[in-house]
Design a protein around this ligand. Structure first.
Ligand code: PPS
Length: 343
């Protein structure tokens, strides 16, 4: 049964606000925190450079994985340089809209100069070029010049099956003080009340522009990265600098991007961020950012009732689109075997 949006607003307020986040707004049809309007204008007017590289995604779609791949390819596999925290190399544009920084500093004055408590838009503005920028904003909330195709800036978009996104998002928000249960989170997700929803608006906003010559968009899928990272890397390398990586380099990058290595890499596993939220936002649990990294996790996690709602919602939304989560990319079995045999 479909939830009344008013009931969902109430549920959101009850389960997902805390002393540093008081509520949500609807921005051009998108659920955003009520801190977002404070930075909306500076995002809208952000100067875009032709050599910008953006990674855009709905949350929990493999953004960090994609960022690290893009950064390493663009920096000729500078693994030493990649030891700097990803949040510095490849900052999150709207991170200032997550919690009320002023309230945080008032309570904890020692945070005044902390790297997680800065003006994130200004930080991006001042980055040395070429800039590498992460955002979860949907297409309609991107900076004007990027949205209107007035630049050569590159956008790498990554998407993931919404069932797995929802599970991953639930675990993430559970750490950042979501007080509801999984079923409630699914209701909010399907009712477009979780931040950055509606989900399909996000996907289609980029999917429908991917072949438009006014833009430079590479559209990737998490599931393809899992089944054939080699092809995704080659495709991304071509998109970014028209170069093909040699097999030796490819092996190094595959190793660097493996789930196991990313999980233990402090530059990308957001451990410091999780420790920060635990210490200052009262977040609980031993949550891990790089958690399971699986495809089709929903098969063992979602109840038949929730699954039926997801399936109905997916088929309704895909009816009018040529988008599909099925991938035409076939795993490069021969190369994968060679890779594993050579280790
Ligand atoms: S965020 O907070 O929105 O930026 O999160 P995001 O990076 O988009 O997504 C986090 C999920 O991506 C998984 N991940 C990986 N999967 C496979 N291989 C590698 N190397 C990898 N790195 C990150 C991560 O584990 C999160 O998914 P879940 O399902 O929660 O494990």
């Amino acid at each position: 049964m479909k939830d009344d949006p008013k009931d969902l607003d109430q549920l959101l307020k009850e389960t997902f606000t805390n002393e540093f986040r008081s509520g949500y707004v609807n921005a051009k049809g998108v659920t955003m925190t009520d801190l977002y309007p404070n930075i909306a204008d500076s995002i809208e007017n952000l100067k875009i450079w032709d050599d910008d590289v953006w990674v855009c995604s709905f949350p929990k779609s493999g953004t960090t994985w994609t960022q690290e791949m893009v950064w390493c390819i663009s920096h000729n596999l500078d693994f030493k340089g990649a030891e700097v925290n990803l949040t510095t190399r490849f900052p999150f544009l709207e991170s200032s809209a997550r919690v009320d920084n002023a309230a945080l500093i008032e309570k904890f004055p020692e945070l005044a100069n902390h790297e997680f408590v800065h003006d994130s838009v200004k930080f991006v503005e001042d980055l040395p070029r070429p800039r590498f920028i992460k955002t979860h904003l949907p297409f309609q909330l991107l900076p004007r010049d990027l949205r209107e195709g007035r630049t050569q800036a590159k956008i790498v978009y990554v998407c993931r099956n919404p069932k797995d996104v929802c599970i991953s998002f639930y675990h993430h928000t559970k750490h950042f003080a979501f007080r509801g249960d999984f079923e409630q989170f699914c209701r909010l997700f399907l009712g477009d009340k979780v931040p950055y929803c509606p989900f399909w608006n996000h996907i289609f906003g980029f999917w429908n522009k991917r072949n438009d010559s006014s833009y430079n968009i590479l559209f990737l899928k998490y599931e393809d990265m899992k089944s054939d990272l080699i092809s995704v890397i080659q495709k991304t390398a071509k998109f970014l600098k028209n170069a093909k990586l040699f097999s030796e380099e490819l092996n190094q990058l595959l190793d660097h991007l493996s789930f196991e290595n990313m999980k233990k890499n402090p530059a990308v596993n957001h451990k410091s961020m999780f420790e920060f939220t635990k210490q200052y936002l009262g977040a609980s649990g031993e949550a891990e950012f790089i958690r399971r990294g699986q495809v089709n996790q929903w098969k063992t996690v979602m109840s038949p009732n929730i699954l039926a709602q997801f399936d109905e919602w997916i088929s309704k939304n895909l009816k009018t689109s040529d988008f599909s989560f099925e991938s035409p990319v076939k795993p490069n079995i021969q190369y994968i075997e060679q890779f594993h045999n050579s280790r």
